[in-house]
Design a protein around this ligand. Structure first.
Ligand SMILES: NCc1[nH]cc(CCC(=O)O)c1CC(=O)O
Length: 314
């Protein structure tokens, strides 16, 4: 079979696409691939912060067009960048084994950050969570590919540290840049972080069957419960919602945290269910967050950013 793969050109996107091609080849050696590069909104506008786009899916909208037009058959996404609602006719066909989902603090450990230290991140979740742990540090908004973001440590921006996904660093062979892997109980990761997702057309039975062979059931259950939680809250990946999942036999525990942007308020919920009920687990966790006032925190995050956010499904 010939599979047409749509991909962004960033080093991380290319590494991820190559990795998925390798997984497919290992199961189905006769598969051939052609690559169809595309620029997304996030690639064309390198200046705005993510929440300023006023839209969700800054990495995925053009990709979904590629699938619908038939220009591509499959798209490899960082799952944390894939909105929880997909376009009609498209499905999340496979979630392979998940890499380390944790965030890495690069340039310094948490404890070694001096008062007033400048920590770079473009993510509202990371901003809120670092402020919650270290109200005395200054958060500096940064964007760009992983390599250039790392280069900002001790560079002209005078950053003391940046926060990056360990999985992305690993995929680029840059994991040694991490000074501290942040404990998910203290600094929960983004929904889907560290996991890749392959999106395809719902009608392509043959392609879906092939992709099922690279799925990891545990990663799928983790991602399903995390995404159900985020979807229920109406939040996208750039909002200050963190998550972590853990296993005890077949029992899956989802812990979720909503943090106000100034770091002063923080709400957590933790629920457990059999992994066959991953979606229900996500919804139940969102219910607890709502009861504890989580939506009010998300709405005030919205307001303090000038209403630039859009809730999914709202
Ligand atoms: N938003 C950009 C993005 N999308 C996925 C990753 C890392 C890889 C992953 O989480 O799977 C990154 C970079 C980062 O947040 O450091």
């Amino acid at each position: 079979m010939l599979l047409k793969i749509g991909t962004r050109r960033s080093p991380l996107a290319m590494a991820q696409t190559n990795y998925i091609m390798g997984l497919i080849k290992a199961k189905h050696p006769q598969t051939e691939f052609s690559l169809h590069p595309i620029a997304t909104v996030a690639d064309r506008d390198r200046v705005s912060e993510f929440h300023q786009f006023g839209m969700i899916g800054v990495f995925s909208t053009e990709h979904e067009e590629q699938l619908i037009s038939g220009e591509a058959d499959i798209i490899v996404h960082s799952l944390k960048d894939l909105p929880t609602t997909l376009r009609d006719g498209l499905v999340l066909a496979a979630v392979p084994e998940r890499a380390d989902p944790r965030d890495g603090l690069c340039g310094s450990t948490l404890a070694d950050l001096k008062p007033g230290a400048r920590v770079g991140t473009g993510s509202l979740r990371r901003r809120a969570q670092i402020k919650h742990l270290r109200p005395d540090v200054e958060v500096v908004p940064i964007r760009g590919n992983v390599g250039p973001r790392l280069a900002k440590i001790d560079g002209e921006d005078g950053l003391d540290a940046v926060i990056l996904a360990q999985a992305g660093l690993q995929r680029l062979g840059l994991e040694r840049a991490t000074s501290e892997l942040l404990d998910p109980h203290v600094f929960p990761y983004a929904v889907g972080q560290g996991a890749l997702g392959v999106e395809a057309r719902a009608a392509d039975a043959e392609i879906l069957a092939l992709l099922k062979d690279i799925e990891d059931p545990r990663a799928r259950a983790e991602v399903d419960c995390e995404r159900a939680m985020l979807h229920s809250l109406g939040a996208g990946c750039s909002l200050p919602v963190g998550a972590s999942t853990s296993w005890d036999g077949d029992q899956l525990t989802l812990r979720a945290q909503i943090t106000s942007l100034d770091g002063q308020k923080c709400i957590v919920a933790s629920e457990t269910a059999p992994s066959t009920q991953a979606v229900e687990l996500g919804l139940a966790t969102a219910d607890v967050l709502r009861k504890r006032g989580g939506v009010e925190i998300l709405e005030s995050s919205y307001r303090s950013f000038g209403g630039h956010f859009k809730f999914i499904g709202a």
